[in-house]
Design a protein around this ligand. Sequence first.
Ligand code: FES
Length: 70
Amino acid sequence: MSHDNPDDEIMCPCSGTRRGQIRAYFLQGLDVDAISRKTGALSGCGGCEWDIGEYLQALAAEAAADKPAA
Ligand code: FES
């Protein structure tokens, strides 16, 4: 059964922010603060902070692996 990082998974229930939105903003070059301002994520209970932070780190690692520093 595959259940790996579905884009429609809600990462921040307070704002209803989905994983796919966070990735899309990350790919536009937004940092966690900017993503928070755009989506409302992290602006409620803060319970999603760890999950979203970890996801952004994973995305950054993926991007670094894809595109070695020039
Ligand atoms: S779950 Fe994201 S701020 Fe509450």
